[in-house]
Design a protein. Structure first.
Length: 269
């Protein structure tokens, strides 16, 4: 004969599927991400390879800083500033391919991966002298271009650049044609008082990827959808807002902060 407890429980209504999920979740222990500072560098690398969060990225770059500095001294002396972005991207690329099963220390593996800095430093020996006046005109043109993009969310035509800067169309074309280098670092020659621009292998994609790895997943989506990067479709602010379930104003604010980060990183070189 069943007990009173058994009789009652047998006649209770069965829990719904949602209730069963909630009960199952309560039974599982709460899992929180262990702070990187409490883990070994190797363990953080392994976690980062599976789920590259901005926090772990920043932690690993900080931990690899002595290795990066040492590699800079060995492979690219005198280029600690203008190759900083390239060095960070090479470091992250090395960590992505790092195999802990082989027993190599992460810093040793990264140092080996940074040997490519020597090639980039050698290419910077190709110096292109440009007058200070020309460099100022180019910077003014680029500033006008960025302001146009921020306002209209697209690249301006040469005619629109001419209208915005007050330059003739011929002068705009001349400035753009005269500054077709991959990336530039400006210094002042103390003897001629002219700017000198160094041709390098640092591209806009390098800047993009560096900032992309340092922002939140939401901002990463905004970067991809704003530019069509990584094979994603290029969307308007309104479309991005709809995808992320936030307001277009919030998208604009986040984009502005991303652009500030990109400008800050470009200022390193």
């Amino acid at each position: 004969m069943p007990t009173i407890f058994e009789t009652i429980t047998q006649n209770l209504p069965k829990p719904t599927e949602e209730q069963q999920k909630q009960l199952k979740a309560l039974e599982q222990p709460e899992t929180k991400q262990v702070p990187a500072k409490e883990m070994s560098v190797k363990d953080v690398v392994m976690r980062w390879q599976k789920n590259p969060t901005p926090e772990d990225t920043a932690f690993l770059l900080q931990k690899m800083k002595p290795t990066i500095n040492s590699a800079m001294t060995s492979y690219a002396p005198g280029h600690q500033k203008d190759l900083a972005v390239k060095a960070a991207n090479l470091t992250l690329a090395a960590l992505k391919s790092y195999d802990p099963e082989k027993g190599t220390d992460p810093s040793t593996y990264v140092f080996h991966g940074l040997k490519r800095l020597n090639r980039f430093a050698n290419r910077r020996q190709n110096i292109i002298p440009i007058s200070e006046q020309a460099s100022m005109e180019y910077r003014f043109l680029q500033q006008a271009r960025q302001e146009f993009i921020d306002t209209f969310d697209r690249e301006p035509s040469d005619m629109e650049l001419a209208d915005r800067t007050g330059y003739s169309l011929k002068k705009v074309n001349k400035i753009l044609d005269g500054n077709k280098v991959t990336s530039e670092t400006s210094t002042i020659n103390p003897e001629t008082n002219n700017s000198t621009f160094f041709q390098s292998d640092i591209t806009e994609q390098d800047f993009f990827e560096y900032v992309y790895k340092s922002v939140s997943p939401v901002d990463q989506k905004i970067m991809e959808w704003s530019t069509g990067a990584h094979g994603k479709p290029a969307l308007s602010n309104q479309e991005i807002a709809k995808q992320l379930h936030i307001t277009p104003a919030a998208v604009s604010q986040r984009r502005a902060k991303i652009l500030d980060k990109l400008s800050e990183v470009r200022g390193l070189v």
